[in-house]
Design a binder for this molecule. Sequence first.
Ligand code: HEC
Length: 150
Amino acid sequence: MKPTLLHARWLVAALGAISIAAAAAGDPTRARLQYLQHCAGCHLADGSGEPAKGIPSMRGPLGLFLTVPGGREFIVQVPGVMNSPLSDSDTANLMNWLLPAVTADTLPAGTAPYTTAEIARLRGTRPVNVMAVRAELMHRLQQSAAPVRR
Ligand code: HEC
């Protein structure tokens, strides 16, 4: 874990993505704690995951999902987010903190923060096959101008 790097990235993101960073200012301490409690067991404290074990790194590529249609929905419809015991409001707060923290370099500037109502709607419509949705998004990314980095 590299807390100073993570923090520095968050600060850089705060300059580049004002909208979501402003929302992240909501309750970043709560978001970070809940990330450590509910997500870090798989994704590790810094979001780097364990790609060799099927847990993708969120450090970098995550923001690219927000550049293609369906990506914004997908990243909160993965099982780890859908099945967490967090409330919709805590989930919105967590995602709005997480994105700038781990994807400072790819998060599109001006990305709108998630709202509680949006999370509630997305959690109510589970995709049938998460990995198929992810594969389709990766395909869209490869066809778009955005470089896909892993
Ligand atoms: C039990 C392990 C586990 C937990 C806990 C978990 N995840 Fe995940 N997560 C995964 C796996 C595995 C994937 C890969 C896609 C899939 O199979 O669902 C994933 C994918 C993701 C993705 C999409 C990344 C990509 O590149 O496809 C996001 C975003 C994400 N998780 C966020 C979270 C958040 C936020 C939490 C906590 C609320 C969380 N996850 C909890 C295992 C977990």
